[in-house]
Design a protein around this ligand. Structure first.
Ligand code: UDX
Length: 435
């Protein structure tokens, strides 16, 4: 089977590479010539464990190809996935410009039946717009060529994307014709044979599923952050409460970790977009509005603890930040809690030294010389008053606390945004955590 994936961003590159790994002949398309050139040289533009190896292997096996010219391959593909960016516009709505540009190109150039699949996270109703755009172009050409649209939302997590793709909890596919269902069934046959659940449904439900899933997960996180903050006030320990409720099989133990707010490219964007979709339909998503509001304040919770610890006297304090990316195993800093923390610390007149195993370049690109960059976690703490643990990278787990304490000023404090350290092992460093 031959397919094309348009957009070699995170979703497009991972999906294309994984389909190739499943034996499909895949061409990844991007308008950015430089990006395509570096992919052809085997250099991948994102940090994702295992991806580079798979790209290399499938390029060598001649199953994975890269081009900037979508039109040149249309005669040989059965499916075109649209995985281009849908950045939020000023109102927080997904900008469909790139998706509809792809639809237009397809309408202007296809000469045979094709299934056009939206894989980018797009608002409910997008597949309909894609269909209309393609049909308009076909009508302009005066040709009668059949095509179908489908929606196949992606649920992969950064840092675990290959596994999430290859061993999914489920695959959701929205179709509105038998023919499209048959084509998509052939594509996902290897997964179905391996007993992974592939759920076919109507297109709007598939589009809605993605938003509902991410919003539900964001809701769990904000709920636990609220519970954690209340735990502090009533003398309860959220770590215990989390275990206590997570063992209820109706609740489950995943995504119950309080922290310094959710970030990344999906949760913040998708929660906003769903609120917006509801507004457009005259409905107020009261729960999600609260989820968002809690997340905003939670991103400042580490700074508030720091200020309180030093009785409001934080000007001139020297601080260390461990972890910059919005979560471990990625260099992605979109909506990262670390950015909010850095902002508050700079405003308060603190000097900051940061370290992250992979996101240092990304941080330099975003905020340049406003902070100092250390070579490792130990170098961040020299003469520091406080350490902020923001991203739970494994390499931060078991440092030598004696060495760290010796490097720091008197009465040092560790403010842990991820609740991973044991106060008893810190050799006298004061410890503040969430909940
Ligand atoms: C998420 C969804 O999990 C994925 O299915 C979807 O396709 C894209 O959005 P991702 O953004 O890569 O994936 O990261 P995820 O691991 O879900 O974490 C999101 C944020 O929530 C991170 O900032 C993380 O630190 C935070 N989080 C997660 C918590 O604060 N507590 C938790 O218990 C889990």
């Amino acid at each position: 089977m031959n397919i094309a994936i348009v957009g070699t961003g995170y979703v497009g590159l991972v999906s294309g590479t994984c389909f190739a790994e499943m034996g499909v002949n895949v061409t990844c398309v991007d308008v950015n010539q430089e990006k395509i050139n570096s992919l052809l040289r085997g250099q991948i533009p994102i940090y994702e464990p295992g991806l580079e190896f798979l790209v290399e292997r499938n390029v060598k096996a001649n199953r994975l190809h890269f081009t900037t010219d979508l039109t040149s391959i249309l005669h040989e593909v059965e499916i075109v996935f649209c995985a281009v960016g849908t950045p939020p516009d000023e109102g927080g709505k997904a900008d469909l410009r790139y998706v509809l540009e792809v639809a237009k190109t397809l309408g202007q150039n296809i000469n045979k039946y094709l299934v056009v699949v939206t894989k980018s996270t797009v608002p409910v109703g997008t597949a309909k717009k894609v269909k209309k755009t393609i049909q308009e172009e076909l009508d302009k050409r005066g040709v009668d060529i059949g095509f179908d649209v489908a929606s196949n939302p992606e649920f992969l997590k950064e840092g675990n994307a290959i596994d999430d793709f290859m061993k999914p909890d489920r695959v959701v596919i929205g179709v509105d014709t038998k023919r499209a269902e048959e084509v998509m069934t052939r594509l996902y046959k290897p997964m179905m044979l391996n007993n992974f659940r592939v759920i076919f449904m109507d297109i709007p439900s598939a589009e809605m599923t993605k938003y509902a899933a991410n919003s539900m997960l964001a809701t769990r996180i904000s709920f636990m952050n609220d519970i954690a903050n209340l735990c502090e006030l009533v003398g309860a320990d959220v770590n215990m409460v989390r275990q206590g409720i997570g063992t209820d099989s109706r609740i489950g133990s995943k995504f119950l970790y309080p922290g310094c707010g959710y970030g990344g490219s999906c949760f913040p964007k998708d929660v906003k977009a769903l609120i917006q979709t509801a507004e457009e339909n005259g409905y107020n998503m009261r729960v999600l509005n609260a989820v968002e509001a809690v997340n905003e304040t939670q991103k400042n919770v580490l700074f508030e603890k720091f200020k309180k610890y030093f009785g409001g006297e934080v000007k001139g304090k020297k601080v260390a930040i461990w972890g910059l990316s919005f979560k471990p195993e990625t260099d992605d800093m979109r909506e990262a809690p670390a950015l909010v923390l850095i902002d508050s610390l700079l405003h308060a007149g603190c000097s900051i030294t940061v370290y992250d195993p992979v996101a240092m370049d990304e941080c330099r690109r975003r905020i340049g010389g406003k902070v100092l960059y250390a070579k490792n976690m130990y170098d961040t703490v020299v003469d520091a008053d406080a350490i902020f643990h923001v991203t739970e990278w494994k390499e931060f787990r078991m440092p030598s606390w004696q060495v760290i304490k010796r490097s720091m000023k008197e009465k040092p404090v560790l403010i842990d945004g991820r609740n991973v350290f044991d106060e008893k092992e810190l050799g006298g460093i004061a410890y503040l955590r969430i909940g």
